[in-house]
Ligand binder design. Structure first.
Ligand code: FES
Length: 258
């Protein structure tokens, strides 16, 4: 058994009484899924595949059910991340509240982009959908704690105090060194290798749902080819996705003998 597996077994044995206490609070065991995942994330610094398998066994659900739930929320990190997980909202209200400039400023100051971690392992950066604090736009979460009414000056202060170890929010636990990016690939055990049941014709598990099906094509045609205003991050994503669509359409055409 690997060191990591042994370390997880120790952690699971230590947390089991707390897990049982949490599960007992709910009428249906599967209702305890999110609290259990938060508990493991607090101790591992992210939600490992071992933690997902452990929760599945305890709650009587399949690992796929756990993974599909965990992967839905940006509250859970499925790869080791930096000491400070910076998640800036790119939703509509925040975009109207200058989130585009804030995101560009973070990228410039950190020297990394969406879903990346700085080489020193201190910062991970992600642009996320609405955080449900639209009245305090532009906003973000730092290790899941809210920061409201962002300005570039606040970003400077925040990063300086994090580097100095004086920031008000505690750093994440790091049980493993974070990789440069935390994009998630299937390992054939927890993940089935498929994503987004609504998307048809999507072969690659790294291809986000909606890209490759008819609805996705129509939507991307509107986004990419028509005159729609975007902030930088969204434009970047749309352009990347449109390439994926072109590949899918070409491969579908090849298969159909066109
Ligand atoms: S759009 Fe940013 S919190 Fe809702």
């Amino acid at each position: 058994m690997s060191d990591a597996a042994l370390a997880f077994d120790d952690l699971a044995a230590r947390l089991k009484p707390e897990c049982e206490r949490i599960v007992a609070q709910y009428e249906y065991p599967r209702s305890a899924l999110l609290p259990l995942m938060h508990l493991f994330q607090q101790h591992e610094g992210y939600v490992s595949r071992d933690a997902m398998r452990f929760a599945a066994g305890m709650l009587g659900v399949t690992p796929a059910v756990v993974e599909s739930t965990v992967s839905f929320y940006t509250l859970f990190y499925r790869r080791p991340v930096g000491k400070y997980m910076l998640q800036v909202c790119r939703g509509l209200s925040c975009s109207l509240g200058n989130a585009g400039d804030i995101m560009a400023y973070f990228r410039e100051k950190l020297g990394i982009g969406h879903l990346q971690t700085t080489p020193d392992g201190v910062f991970s950066y992600e642009e996320v959908e609405c955080l449900a604090a639209c009245d305090r736009a532009a906003c973000m979460q730092v290790n899941l704690e809210f920061v409201y009414d962002l300005t570039p000056a606040m970003v400077d202060e925040m990063l300086a105090s994090m580097r100095a170890g004086t920031y008000a929010v505690a750093p994440m636990v790091q049980t493993q060194a974070p990789p440069p990016t935390w994009s998630v690939r299937p390992d054939g055990e927890v993940s089935t290798g498929r994503k987004a049941p609504g998307a048809t014709g999507v072969q690659s598990p790294d291809n986000a749902g909606g890209v490759g099906d008819a609805a996705g094509l129509i939507m991307l045609d509107r986004i990419v080819n028509r005159d729609v205003a975007f902030y930088e991050g969204t434009r970047e994503r749309a352009v990347r996705d449109s390439r994926a669509v072109a590949e899918v359409v070409a491969s579908e055409g090849d298969r159909a003998g066109h």
